[in-house]
Design a binder for this molecule. Structure first.
Ligand code: ADP
Length: 521
């Protein structure tokens, strides 16, 4: 009965004929008063998972949302469908706040979007206590967990306040990024049973992932844009300065490009965002300050000009491409030097040591993504513990290159036995020196020039050898732990390689291309 109503709402209000994967299950739990967690990719359709139950149930839905811009867009969208909705946050004047509180108490709204800080306001709490609530939705629920990549303490502090509500309704949490730890935290804090987690998997079939190494980033971007001058795209940079430089470059070449970073005034940011959303500007060059909650469906590509800090942020940012389901590109321009910036950012942050160690580990997974020769989509899905896909994507830069592979098992065995002989106590740099047969002082001091593997791979450059080692780390044949000065250890796969039970295939020309994969601005 209630699902019939849900289907009706889907068609009548939103104009969609059918549910997307997972939506129906979430709606069923929520409308039958079971707290639920929905994990769906960006663009997967999370909003309907609380909007439809909010409409199907009696009372007012409270939607906790971390971003002010996001609230306004959502409220505008609902209002345009004739659904009474509002938002309450720090941008309101005190008259506006009072007015909305009054309407809220009168039960006039079906949806009230609130920033987490609102739950510290006694007026707000008293008001929501006094009305009939249909549900509480936690949008971007990963912000509640300190293991999430965007932890907000104010989000977490809502939990005890909510628990005290005499009229606490059903809760639904939504996120696109939930590793096991985050997922566990959300369930524990919001009282969600294991069985009520809907995880649709993370695959975005219309996205093609590409890693570009060894060419000038600037030239790559200009060549790429030349092919598609009218298409909409986002270029993410790692610093404000880089945003300015890339933006200037594009403007000087005649592209309609906007820029966005936290150093700009709010008005400039808003203007840039609107120009991009309304297709007045085809390209936006931005730091990661841009994008959360942006629902622009026709973004055809997302280029990362520099290495992001972890796979969670990368997938979220890259996932802003192709929300309409049309084929779109996600391109990461990799250069080894970008790693230093990310390490620096972790090092100088205010995180405690334990958290820093975790961040290093996540950064390492991001670096491994750039070095792997396996399917990039599969790599990301496995990172999120999604093993549902049985086949490789067939269209990422690694899949497209998979015909050109050569067997480097023998070379891998040489590297592995060298690391073993060095007692698994050193990093890639020194290992490469030993394999090269370098006369470096450290090599001599440790008497590594006495090892049988000393100079065993002298036909390669040290750079080629370090890159090959990074590749072995990416393939999980070697591990570096989460150390800041990564120490190479053999994994169980290394044993299989050494025993000849596992082969190591790499892309042809690998040594050449990775040697060039040094820094090019
Ligand atoms: P998310 O919050 O998961 O990133 P949204 O809720 O913003 O995604 O939805 C992304 C887009 O998909 C929106 O434009 C939305 O209107 C559309 N959408 C959601 N559900 C459906 C559906 N069942 N059928 C068609 N389009 C849908």
């Amino acid at each position: 009965m209630i699902m019939e109503k849900a289907q009706h709402i889907l068609e009548e209000y939103f104009g969609f004929p059918s549910f997307r994967p997972g939506q129906q299950a979430v709606i069923e739990y929520v409308t039958s008063q079971k707290n639920a967690l929905a994990i769906m990719p960006t663009g997967g359709g999370k909003s309907l998972c609380y909007q439809i139950p909010g409409l199907a149930l009696e009372g007012t839905a409270i939607v906790v949302s971390p971003l002010i811009s996001l609230m306004k867009d959502q409220v505008d969208a609902l209002s345009s469908l004739g659904i009474p909705a509002t938002y309450i946050n720090s941008t309101l004047s005190s008259e506006e706040f009072q007015d909305r509180m009054q309407q809220l108490r009168a039960g006039r709204y079906k949806f009230v979007y609130a920033a987490p800080e609102r739950f510290e306001s006694p007026t707000f709490i008293e008001s929501i206590k006094s009305i009939n609530l249909s549900l509480v939705a936690f949008d971007e629920a990963h912000c509640i967990s300190q293991w999430g990549h965007d932890f907000r303490p104010s989000y977490r502090s809502i939990v005890p306040t909510l628990a005290k509500l005499p009229n606490l309704p059903v809760i639904v949490a939504l996120t696109a990024t939930a590793t096991d730890e985050v997922n566990y935290d959300i369930r524990r804090l919001l009282n969600i049973e294991d069985d009520h987690v809907i995880n649709t998997g993370f695959a975005r079939d219309n996205l093609s992932f590409h890693i570009v190494k060894g060419s000038s980033k600037r030239d790559f971007v200009l060549d790429y844009l030349k092919e598609r001058p009218a298409e909409s795209g986002i270029i993410y940079t790692s610093t404000r300065k880089q945003t300015d430089t890339v933006h200037q470059l594009l403007v000087s070449k005649g592209y309609a490009a906007a820029k966005y970073h936290a150093g700009l005034s709010e008005q400039d940011r808003k203007q840039a965002q609107n120009a991009f959303i309304q297709d007045e500007k085809t390209i936006i060059v931005a730091t990661n300050a841009f994008g959360m909650g942006i629902d622009k469906s026709n973004v055809r590509y997302v280029i990362h000009y520099a290495l992001p800090m972890n796979i969670e942020s990368y997938y979220q940012e890259a996932g802003r491409a192709g929300r309409d389901g049309e084929p779109s590109d996600c391109i990461l321009l990799f250069s080894g030097q970008d790693i230093q910036l990310q390490k620096f950012l972790i090092e100088q942050s205010l995180m405690d040591e334990e958290k820093k160690t975790k961040e290093y580990k996540k950064l390492q997974a991001m670096i491994n993504y750039c070095h792997t020769h396996s399917c990039l989509q599969t790599y990301i899905l496995h990172y999120f513990n999604d093993y549902s896909a049985v086949e490789d994507c067939g269209k990422c830069s690694n899949c497209l290159n998979s015909d050109n592979r050569e067997d480097m098992t023998r070379e891998a065995q040489m590297v592995l036995s060298c690391i073993k002989r060095m007692d698994e106590r050193f990093g890639a740099g020194l290992t490469a020196k030993v394999l090269k047969g370098s006369r470096d002082k450290k090599v001599k001091d440790f008497q590594f020039d006495q090892l049988s593997t000393y100079g065993l791979m002298s036909q390669y450059t040290e750079k080629e050898l370090t890159n090959f080692i990074h590749f072995l780390v990416a393939e999980n044949i070697l591990s570096t732990g989460d150390d800041r000065y990564p120490i190479l250890k053999l994994t169980k796969h290394a044993k299989e390689v050494l025993q000849g039970r596992k082969q190591v295939w790499v892309q042809t020309g690998f040594a050449r291309s990775t040697a060039a994969a040094d820094y090019h601005e």
